[in-house]
Write a protein of this length. Structure first.
Length: 760
């Protein structure tokens, strides 16, 4: 038995050993397979990363091709020469504060690292997942490699290749050589590559002569040359960036705070630019290109850019702005601007950002069309459009234009007054908007609600109304800052039958070999509908009705365009006369004009809605409409452009004094014709009421009127949407009232304090 047991064990043992060996072989085989897969993955990653990577790390100049920007008809506006402004310098020739400023703002650990900053790389790559592209975290060496050896694409692959090449460059070259090469090759904006050419371009001097203030400004440009350029669309950003550089230099111990303050306060004298047509527009296009493709490709990639600009119209508009502003010099007007767009596509046909871009002072460099300005009454059509859309008012709704104070808890009473200083009783919406009366406009905003109006303005294209708590009822009189470009978008909604189109500046982009990178398909442009065409029709009809504004502007003003009676237009003048606007349009074209002063100093009292910006607007819109209606901008743009009446807009005869349908036994009235949204034609709300009169003073009785002096008279009265009563047959003016906002009641009070906005 023992032998048998032994025999069985002997027989089973080899089988177990075989299974163990098989298991060990299989496990080893799996490890080999995993190892091979890892090797293949690493090989594939290496091929992906290093394929077509430059073999040479020679960081020398590479050929560059200039970018050309053309108008819509192929006329050259601006040529960006990338390889004709290079003035190489040795490191010893470059002032110490230039090197220190550059290192402080771009790479404070330049002399400590080995070409890359690990934490910066991690931060930069992490942005790939949050912003969809890799950015940030670059050392001076990496920036040099990117510009000299790599493409400007913003991807993880490019970032990793940049990392590898930076390490190789650091091995091959000394720190001083890398810094010297960086300062001689990095783009500083416009046509300047290297500190030598940048110094000549911006200051007209050798880099050896740069002082601290100038060096700090130039050092700040390299991060985003187009954005920070003192010749760009936002020259004020160059100064802000300079202060940031100086602050970094103080933090790193290169200069004292006193030296930084002195440099920041120094007035910089920039060299005058030459050979630049439509400068504000060209620089806006350049900035747009740089945001999309990067500065390096824009300035040395040989792009061929066809824009939406009409250079002939641009030069006409520039001359009109310059001439009209010069005429206003004795009225303390220092600057002017104008913008022309095609509403159905958003194309910019002309952009005059200031009266003279090449003026000796810096005012001309500022593009007012992107600046924050107060719109005055030019914002009112948006307020009335909201009220009509929400059916809180119609074009014939009577509004109480009487002394009114609006009461908001915790604030001083807000008592607006009209531009002409008077009151006009029951004023219908058409005439309140046409004549730009302020009190009715504030009443409409009280009906709409400030929060609702802000949301609506954003839908229309206003980008600057953010925190509702910062605004009050004066918002409808221009109490909030806007950008003229945004006002063009918002009024474009009226012109484009309710569809909002963002502004466009580029119609085609090619490389210098003819490869098309982008082309605008005008037929497929599809904006966002934000208003019903019925609402835009009514607003546009009011704004082109010369009879509706004759009380304030007269029969013949610059708001009438000879040969183009279909033009809709609105003016705006702030109460302190710091901004004066005119905005008008047809479906063919829209023109925004502005006059004022860059530093917000007020103009004289002679500037108003019928002067200032309106002559500029009149001349430009007449020119562009003549061209449009001759078919210059397309065969579909021929002929006059009257607003087309939508099917859901109906017309009706209403009483000229009440805005309601005739037929009430009290309304023996003359009539006029008005347009309404369907089902909003108002019935009469006339009624008779007993009114207590001070017999001696022939005015409404008050609590102080003796009883024996009071008599009762029966008169016809009407109420506006806020519930304010207006006596139509009283031989004396109505008393002042208060309106609690948010709406909660009305109380008669003494005469209001008229200290608020005056706008026209």
């Amino acid at each position: 038995m023992a032998g048998k047991k032994s025999s069985k064990k002997g027989i089973n043992k080899p089988k177990k050993d075989f299974r163990n060996r098989f298991y060990r072989i299989d496990k080893f085989s799996r490890k080999i397979k995993i190892f091979i897969l890892i090797l293949l993955a690493l090989f594939g990653f290496g091929v992906w990363l290093f394929w077509d990577l430059p073999i040479s790390t020679n960081i020398t100049d590479i050929p560059a091709v200039s970018t050309k920007i053309f108008d819509r008809n192929g006329k050259l506006i601006y040529e960006i020469y990338a390889d004709q402004r290079r003035t190489p310098l040795t490191l010893s020739e470059i002032p110490e504060h230039v090197k220190e400023a550059t290192i402080a703002i771009e790479d404070k650990d330049f002399y400590k690292h080995s070409g890359f900053d690990i934490m910066g790389m991690i931060r930069g790559l992490s942005r790939q997942f949050t912003r969809g592209r890799a950015e940030g975290g670059s050392t001076l060496t990496q920036q040099l490699v990117k510009n000299a050896l790599l493409t400007p694409e913003r991807t993880v692959r490019r970032k990793l290749r940049e990392f590898v090449l930076a390490a190789l460059v650091e091995i091959r070259y000394s720190k001083d050589t890398i810094l010297e090469t960086y300062l001689n090759q990095i783009p500083y904006g416009s046509t300047a590559y290297g500190i030598g050419s940048a110094s000549e371009l911006y200051f007209g001097k050798s880099a050896k002569e740069l002082d601290l203030a100038e060096a700090a400004l130039l050092a700040g440009l390299t991060a985003a040359p187009t954005r920070y350029s003192p010749y760009g669309s936002h020259p004020e950003l160059a100064k802000e960036r300079q202060k940031q550089v100086l602050r970094r230099m103080v933090e790193d111990g290169y200069i004292s705070q006193e030296e930084a303050d002195e440099a920041a306060n120094k007035e910089l004298k920039f060299k005058k630019q030459e050979n630049l047509k439509a400068p504000h527009f060209a620089l806006w296009v350049k900035e747009t290109l740089a945001e999309k493709y990067g500065d390096a490709l824009v300035e040395q990639g040989g792009l061929r850019v066809t824009t939406t600009l009409d250079l002939d119209l641009q030069e006409f508009a520039q001359e009109v702005v310059r001439e009209e502003v010069e005429k206003l010099a004795d009225q303390d007007v220092g600057n002017g601007a104008a913008l022309v767009t095609r509403p159905d596509t958003g194309e910019v046909l002309a952009m005059v950002g200031s009266k003279d871009y090449f003026a000796e002072d810096e005012d001309g460099k500022v593009n007012i069309l992107f600046a924050l300005r107060q719109p005055g009454s030019s914002i009112k059509p948006l307020n009335y459009a909201l009220g009509i859309r929400d059916k809180k008012i119609t074009a014939s709704t009577p509004l109480a234009d009487i002394p009114t104070c609006f009461i908001v808890a915790g604030q001083q009473p807000y008592c607006p007054r009209n531009y002409d200083g008077g009151f006009h009783g029951a004023t219908q919406v058409r005439f309140a908007l046409g004549n730009s009366y302020n009190i009715p406009a504030v009443r409409v905003l009280a009906l709409n609600g400030v929060d609702n109006f802000i949301n609506f303005a954003k839908e229309m294209g206003i980008t600057t109304f953010n925190d509702p708590s910062q605004y009050g009822l004066s918002l409808t009189l221009g109490g909030g800052e806007v950008r003229p470009v945004d006002m063009a978008v918002a009024f474009g909604v009226f012109a484009n039958e309710g569809v909002k189109q963002p502004l466009l500046s580029i119609s085609k982009i090619e490389d210098w070999k003819g490869k098309v990178l982008f082309e605008l398909d005008r037929e497929s442009i599809d904006g966002d509908r934000v208003l019903d065409p019925a609402v835009t029709f009514i607003i546009s009809h009011i704004l082109h009705d010369n009879n509706a504004r004759v009380a304030a502007f007269g029969v013949n003003s610059f708001l009438r365009v000879t040969g183009h009676p279909e033009v809709s237009v609105k003016t705006g003048t702030t109460n302190d006369r710091r901004d004066n606007w005119t905005i008008g349009y047809t479906k063919h074209a829209l023109v925004v004009s502005w006059v004022g002063n860059n530093d917000n100093t007020p103009m004289s009292g002679a500037v108003s809605g019928v002067s200032g910006a309106s002559p500029i607007w009149n001349a430009i819109i007449k020119e562009v409409l003549n061209k449009a209606e001759d078919g210059v901008y397309g065969s579909d743009f021929k002929g006059h452009a009257w607003p087309k009446q939508p099917n859901n807009v109906i017309g009706a005869n209403v009483c000229a004094n009440t805005g309601a349908l005739p037929g009430n036994e009290l309304s023996d009235c003359p009539t006029r014709y008005e347009y309404f949204l369907e089902n909003t034609v108002p019935a009469s709300n006339l009624r008779r009421e007993d009114i207590f009169i001070d017999r001696e003073k022939q005015e409404l009785a008050t609590q102080e009127t003796p009883q024996d002096k009071i008599e009762t008279q029966n008169h016809i009265v009407i109420s506006d949407p806020l519930g304010t009563k207006i006596c139509l047959t009283c031989p004396f003016p109505m008393p002042s009232v208060t309106v609690n906002y948010p709406l909660s009641g009305i109380t008669n009070i003494s005469a209001p304090s008229n200290k608020e906005s005056v706008n026209q």
